[in-house]
Design a protein. Structure first.
Length: 57
């Protein structure tokens, strides 16, 4: 299991990056024994901000 989270706060906005990887998840393998793909991962990005004080993202 590998997990990483990075948060940032700037004048232009705030956000979050998250990276997860579960190469050997025993609970998942037990529940999904017929699934041949045991590698799982996640990339998540969330950003809130203002562009040129006009547009909101």
């Amino acid at each position: 299991m590998w997990e990483n989270e990075f948060r940032y706060l700037t004048k232009a906005g705030a956000g979050l990056f998250e990276f997860d990887y579960l190469p050997s998840d025993k609970v998942y393998q037990d529940d999904h024994s017929s699934d041949s793909n045991s590698r799982r991962w996640l990339f998540y990005w969330n950003h809130s901000g203002v562009i040129d004080q006009v547009w909101a993202s």
